[in-house]
Design a protein around this ligand. Structure first.
Ligand code: ZN
Length: 657
C-alpha cells in the first residue's frame, strides 16, 4: 500500500444548476500544479454529494453540464500517473441528492415520516443533508456498482468514502430489518441502534468488495469510528477544519494522540485552505496551515490540505503557491519526521467513542499546558505499556475496564482519577476503595463548592477558598490515605425559594469532606477537574492536576521554562538514534466569531529539559540546518536553550549507541 507524504484533496460538490462543468479544466495543468506544490497523493471526486459522477460511468448520473466526451476523473488519473502522483477516488455514500430526487424510495425516512431533513444538524433547508440515502434501499447496490466501475477502470491508489453519518430511517425495508432484529421501530433509541448497524454494514460490505488490506488500496470511511476503520479500512484520515466549531482547535490535540495507538497505519491530517467546506473564497494564512500540519507531523500524521475545485476547473494558482510554500517549509524536516514515534509518560483513558467532549477537552488542554507527553486511549488500545493512567471525570469501571485497572494496580502501577472515575458501573461504590483511599458516600450537595489545599500543598495555590465550577462527589478518606485538600461549602446553595433568588453564594466553611486524596498508587480528586477546567479554565484547578501528576511523575519527559507560553505546544518523538523535541509557538486568537493564526511567535531563549532514561547524547542541534546547540547533562536530564526560532523549532539530540 502506498504511504502518502503530501496530500491534497479537492472537494467538488457541483449543483445541477452549474453550467460549463470542466470547461476550463486541463488535467495536465492541474497535475503540473500538484507536482510543483509537492503533492504525491490527490483526492479527487468520482461522485459528489449532489449525486453526479465525474468519471466514465455506465451506471451513475453524469453531471448534465459535463460534455459527453469528458472524463474529469480519468483525465486526472492519467495526467497524475505521468507525474508519479497517486489518486484516491472520493465517493459520497450517504448523500446523493440527484439519485434521491429520481428515486425518493432510496431516501431515508425520518422518525416523523419525513423525507426531507431540515432538522439535521440544525442546518435548515440550505444544506447537503436535505435528503440522505438509506443504506438498506436499492441505493446500496447502485453505489457498490459505481465503486466497482472505478476500481475496474482506473489505476487508483485508494478510496475515500464520505458521509457514513448515522441518521434514523423508518422506511419499509428498515422497519422490516428492525422487526427481524427484535427492535422497536417506534422507539428512536432502537431506530438509532439499527441505523448505526446498517451504515456500518454498508462500509463493511464495501470493504469486503475492495479488500483494501490485501489489494493495497488506501481506504477510509468518514463517519465510521476510528476503531472500526482500523478493522475495515487501511489508513486513518483525521478530518479537522479548526475554524468550523464542530472541530475547532481542540479536536486535533485529542485525535492526534488517539489515532496513533490503534494500528500502525498511515494517518492523514486533513485540514483546509479555507475556513469551512463550501467556503470557496478564503485562503488561510501560511502560519495557520503550518500550525495544523506541524502539529500533526509532531504526532506522526502526514499533511492533507483540503481545497475546492471550481466546477469550470478554473482553479486559482495562488492556492497551490501557498500550499506549496508550506509544504516546502515542512519538507526540510522530513528526515526526522519520517518513521518517528511519540514518547509518552501516561495515557488518558476514554472508554466508549473518543470524541471532543468537554471532559476530554479539559483533560487534554491541562496536560498540554503542563507539557505532559501522553496518549489518549480507549478499550481498543493497549494500556499495559503505561506506568501511569489518567481516568478523567467519568470513567466508570465496567467489568472489562475493571479487569484492566486491576491488572494495572496489581503490577504496582499508578493512577490519577477525578470525579466519578473509579466508581462501579452502577455508580454506587469505588471498585478499588483501598487504592483510591476513600469510600463513596453519594453526590456532594455543595452548589457551588470551593476547595482549599492543605499541608504543604496549600502554599501552591492562593490562600482563599477556590471555585471548582462543577458539582462533585461526597467521599470519606480511609486510614492510611493522605488528604491533601478539603471541600468548602458556600453560605447557601444556589436556588430560588419562591421569594428570593440565591445567586450570590460566597464560601462559608469547611465541610470536612476530602477534595484531594493521595495513596501509594492513586491520586484522586473528588470533583471533576477536567469539566471544571473546561467550564472556567482556572489555573488553580490545573495546579491540582499538576500536584497529582508530580506525585507519580516527579521527572516528566519534558520541561520547558516560563519563556515558553502555556498556549505553545511541545512534543517529543524518537527515531533510531535521535530524540526529537518539537516546539510550536502559534496562538489561535479569537477575533469576532473566528479563530485566526497570523503570526509565528518567537521561541528563542526557551530552556528545555529532557529526561534521557539512560541515553547518552553526543550532540544536540537545531534542524534542519544542524546548528549545534550547547547542552548539559545532569541527573539523567539533557538541558539546552533554544536558539533563534519562530513558530516551530525542531531540536534533535543524537544519542550514542
Ligand atoms: Zn431505510
Amino acid at each position: 500500500m502506498y504511504h502518502p507524504k503530501y496530500a491534497m484533496f479537492f472537494d467538488m460538490h457541483t449543483m445541477k444548476a452549474c453550467p460549463d462543468v470542466g470547461r476550463d479544466f486541463h488535467a495536465d495543468v492541474f497535475a503540473e500544479n500538484l507536482k510543483k506544490t509537492g503533492v504525491d497523493l490527490v483526492g479527487f471526486h468520482a461522485k459528489c454529494n449532489q449525486g453526479f459522477c465525474y468519471f466514465d460511468t455506465q451506471t451513475g448520473i453524469r453531471h448534465p453540464a459535463l460534455p459527453p466526451e469528458r472524463d474529469l476523473f480519468g483525465e486526472v488519473v492519467r495526467e497524475c500517473a505521468r507525474r508519479n502522483i497517486k489518486v484516491s477516488a472520493y465517493f459520497n455514500c450517504g448523500l446523493s441528492n440527484e439519485d434521491a430526487v429520481r428515486h425518493p424510495e432510496w431516501s431515508r425516512i425520518g422518525m416523523a415520516g419525513n423525507l426531507l431533513h431540515p432538522e439535521v444538524y440544525d442546518l435548515g433547508w440550505i444544506s447537503p443533508y436535505i435528503r440522505t440515502m438509506c443504506p438498506n434501499s436499492p441505493w446500496r447496490d447502485h453505489l457498490m456498482k459505481l465503486i466497482g466501475e472505478v476500481r475496474e477502470k482506473y489505476p487508483v491508489a485508494g478510496f475515500l468514502f464520505d458521509s457514513f453519518n448515522v441518521f434514523p430511517c423508518i422506511c419499509p425495508r428498515c422497519k422490516e430489518g428492525m422487526r427481524k432484529a427484535g427492535l422497536d421501530s417506534s422507539k428512536e433509541e432502537d431506530v438509532m441502534i439499527f441505523a448505526q448497524k446498517s451504515i456500518l454494514k454498508l462500509a463493511e460490505d464495501i470493504s469486503a468488495m475492495l479488500r483494501p488490506k490485501e489489494n493495497g488500496f488506501l481506504t477510509y470511511f468518514l463517519g465510521v469510528s476510528v476503531a472500526d476503520n482500523t478493522r475495515i479500512g487501511s489508513y486513518l484520515e483525521c478530518e479537522c477544519l479548526p475554524n468550523n466549531p464542530v472541530w475547532g482547535y481542540d479536536y486535533l490535540p485529542i485525535f492526534s494522540r488517539y489515532c496513533r495507538n490503534l494500528a500502525d497505519v498511515p494517518v492523514l491530517n486533513m485540514t483546509g485552505r479555507f475556513n469551512n467546506w463550501g467556503d470557496f473564497g478564503s485562503l488561510r494564512t501560511e502560519e495557520a496551515l503550518e500550525y495544523d500540519l506541524l502539529f500533526g507531523l509532531a504526532n506522526g500524521m502526514r499533511p492533507n490540505v483540503g481545497d475546492h475545485l471550481p466546477p469550470r476547473g478554473n482553479f486559482a494558482p495562488c492556492i497551490f503557491d501557498r500550499v506549496g510554500k508550506v509544504f516546502r517549509k515542512i519538507h526540510v524536516f522530513d528526515p526526522w519526521f519520517d518513521g518517528a514515534k511519540n514518547l509518552t509518560d501516561l495515557a488518558v483513558v476514554s472508554p466508549g467513542k473518543v470524541s471532543k467532549t468537554p471532559v476530554l477537552t479539559g483533560a487534554v488542554r491541562m496536560l498540554s499546558e503542563l507539557r505532559m507527553q501522553f496518549d489518549v486511549v480507549d478499550e481498543h488500545c493497549d494500556w499495559e505499556k503505561y506506568d501511569l493512567l489518567f481516568l478523567p471525570d467519568n470513567v466508570l469501571l465496567n467489568d472489562d475496564i475493571a479487569s484492566r485497572i486491576k491488572r494495572h494496580l496489581d503490577a504496582g502501577k499508578k493512577i490519577i482519577a477525578t470525579g466519578n472515575s473509579g466508581l462501579n458501573a452502577a455508580k454506587t461504590a469505588f471498585l478499588f476503595e483501598k487504592e483510591w483511599g476513600c469510600r463513596y458516600l453519594g453526590e456532594c450537595e455543595c452548589d457551588p463548592a470551593y476547595f482549599r489545599l492543605t499541608g504543604d500543598f496549600a502554599r501552591e495555590v492562593p490562600d482563599m477558598p477556590l471555585a471548582v465550577y462543577t458539582r462533585g462527589l461526597k467521599v470519606e478518606s480511609l486510614s492510611g490515605a493522605q488528604v491533601a485538600g478539603e471541600v468548602i461549602s458556600s453560605c447557601y446553595d444556589r436556588h430560588w425559594d419562591g421569594k428570593y433568588s440565591f445567586c450570590y453564594t460566597p464560601p462559608a466553611r469547611s465541610t470536612g469532606l476530602p477534595f484531594l486524596v493521595l495513596t501509594d498508587q492513586c491520586a484522586y480528586c473528588s470533583f471533576p477537574l477536567c469539566q471544571g477546567y473546561y467550564n472556567q479554565t482556572s489555573p488553580d484547578l490545573r495546579k491540582v492536576l499538576e500536584i497529582m501528576l508530580r506525585r507519580f511523575l516527579p521527572e516528566p519527559l519534558l520541561r520547558a521554562d516560563r519563556r515558553f507560553p502555556t498556549f505553545a505546544r511541545a512534543f517529543v518523538t524518537e527515531k533510531e538514534t535521535c530524540l526529537i523535541v518539537h516546539l510550536l509557538d502559534y496562538q489561535p486568537d479569537l477575533r469576532g466569531k473566528n479563530f485566526m493564526i497570523e503570526d509565528a511567535l518567537p521561541i528563542t531563549g526557551t530552556k528545555i529539559s529532557l529526561r534521557l532514561d539512560g541515553r547518552t547524547p553526543k550532540n544536540v542541534f537545531l534542524a534542519p540546518d544542524r546548528t549545534e546547540i550547547p547542552f548539559t547533562v545532569s541527573n539523567d536530564r539533557l538541558e539546552f536553550t533554544v536558539p533563534e526560532s519562530f513558530g516551530y523549532a525542531m531540536i534533535v539530540a543524537e544519542i550514542s549507541r
